[in-house]
Design a protein around this ligand. Structure first.
Ligand code: HEC
Ligand code: HEC
Ligand code: HEC
Ligand code: HEC
Ligand code: HEC
Length: 293
């Protein structure tokens, strides 16, 4: 009996250790695992574009806001959400369903201790720490590169995935991904509608749904990459921190036609009633509704 107890105790200790052996325990460890600064030396233009992009600041996208703060707020306090807990130490990766799209590497590669550290950083408004968590080159070119995982398996460690094979890439082996040129690649994070798979559903981005059901179904033929990544542009505009660029892009994308007809209605002899017909047509060149969300 004693022996059996010992085995059970050993099992309980051993299992979590094995299962989590290569997961990050801290924000710094997670950032290091996906650090892409090694790409900078050879891909300087792309790197500079990416640094300014929303993908480089997925937890504080617009003007340095800390959008996960409501989840970090203590349960019962003002602004807290259904995902909040009464003690930051109780926060787990699962309490941040936002990671599905805002930080996918947290789901595959982080311990719950990272969620605790993030919660404490959010409560302390520690922007320097939170800014370390990014959708880096490796997140896009590895973690999100394969969707048919039952057939193709998980993305291989250390491999860069892209539009074609490249054995002799000086920055490490490049393999072709089946989806890099397709809209579904972006659709993994840009949303189909409400996220119904969670025990507490919610909605964030649903632009991919709009693209499929409103643009493609109406005869649209362009991909997200065609419109947003011309010549490999990794800024992937719009950049909402750049007000000038944002309004220029919107002005280019939206056209407003107004036709008016003014007339007088002769209700009865000598009784003129002024009338006006205004016909407005707003057209967009986007492949989906704007704004999204
Ligand atoms: C020592 C230089 C060097 C480093 C470091 C490097 N690359 Fe490259 N990479 C190249 C060269 C050269 C090419 C081929 C020419 C080109 O497309 O710019 C290339 C091409 C690529 C391509 C193009 C494949 C395609 O679809 O055409 C991708 C993607 C890529 N690199 C990603 C990365 C990423 C991600 C990193 C960092 C993890 C990285 N590279 C680091 C030199 C480098
Ligand atoms: C299905 C993927 C997905 C999930 C899940 C998701 N988001 Fe988002 N979120 C996005 C994308 C993509 C954008 C940017 C594009 C857009 O708005 O169309 C975005 C934008 C935002 C923005 C506006 C940008 C900013 O920086 O202010 C906020 C705020 C936000 N998300 C909060 C959350 C929170 C909080 C959660 C979790 C409760 C969450 N999101 C879950 C994909 C998602
Ligand atoms: C790993 C998930 C992920 C992938 C893959 C992804 N995005 Fe995003 N994208 C996001 C998130 C999250 C944001 C919002 C970050 C923020 O502002 O807080 C965003 C922001 C953007 C923005 C800036 C506008 C905005 O509303 O913030 C554009 C444009 C964009 N993405 C286009 C694309 C395109 C095009 C692709 C495919 C080539 C793509 N994204 C792939 C997650 C992703
Ligand atoms: C939001 C996801 C995302 C991020 C982040 C990202 N890439 Fe890409 N990258 C793509 C996609 C999608 C393509 C293919 C675009 C296309 O259809 O031509 C691509 C293409 C490339 C290419 C080939 C460009 C060409 O003109 O053929 C290179 C090189 C590259 N990426 C390097 C990088 C580097 C370096 C980083 C980090 C600084 C990075 N990428 C970050 C999604 C991403
Ligand atoms: C036919 C061209 C076209 C296609 C296809 C397209 N977009 Fe856009 N997109 C635009 C234009 C134009 C805008 C508005 C101008 C701007 O803000 O840059 C825009 C805006 C956006 C925004 C900002 C939304 C907001 O709330 O203001 C995001 C995010 C985005 N696109 C992502 C995507 C993704 C992801 C796909 C593929 C599923 C895609 N786009 C397909 C042209 C396109």
């Amino acid at each position: 009996m004693r022996f059996l107890k010992l085995i059970l105790v050993l099992l309980f200790i051993a299992v979590p250790l094995v299962a989590s052996a290569d997961k990050a325990k801290t924000i710094d460890e997670l950032a290091k695992m996906y650090d892409s600064s090694s790409c900078k030396g050879c891909h300087e233009d792309i790197y500079t574009q990416w640094e300014k992009s929303h993908h480089a600041r997925p937890l504080m996208g617009v003007k340095g806001g800390l959008m996960l703060s409501p989840l970090a707020a203590k349960k019962g306090t003002e602004g807290a959400t259904a995902f909040s807990e009464d003690d930051p130490k109780k926060m787990k990766i699962k309490n941040y369903p936002c990671f599905k799209c805002h930080l996918p590497q947290a789901i595959t590669s982080a311990e719950d201790s990272v969620a605790v550290e993030l919660t404490e950083a959010l409560l302390a408004k520690d922007k320097v720490k939170i800014a370390k968590l990014q959708i880096t080159c490796i997140v896009c070119h590895n973690t999100k590169a394969i969707i048919h995982k039952r057939e193709l398996g998980e993305p291989e460690k250390g491999v860069i995935y892209s539009t074609k094979d490249m054995e002799a890439h000086p920055g490490g082996k490049i393999k072709k991904s089946a989806i890099f040129k397709d809209s579904i690649y972006c659709g993994q994070c840009h949303g189909l509608g409400p996220n119904l798979e969670f025990d507490q559903p919610f909605q964030c981005a649903n632009l991919y749904g709009s693209y499929l059901h409103n643009y493609v179904s109406g005869g649209g033929t362009k991909t997200c990459q065609n419109c947003h990544m011309q010549k490999g542009d990794h800024l992937i505009a719009p950049n909402f921190n750049d007000d000038k660029q944002t309004s220029e892009l919107l002005a280019k994308a939206l056209s407003l036609d107004v036709e008016t007809l003014g007339y007088e209605w002769l209700r009865k002899a000598k009784t003129y009633v002024p009338k006006v017909v205004v016909s407005t047509k707003i057209k967009t060149t986007a492949g989906h509704r704007i704004p999204d969300g």
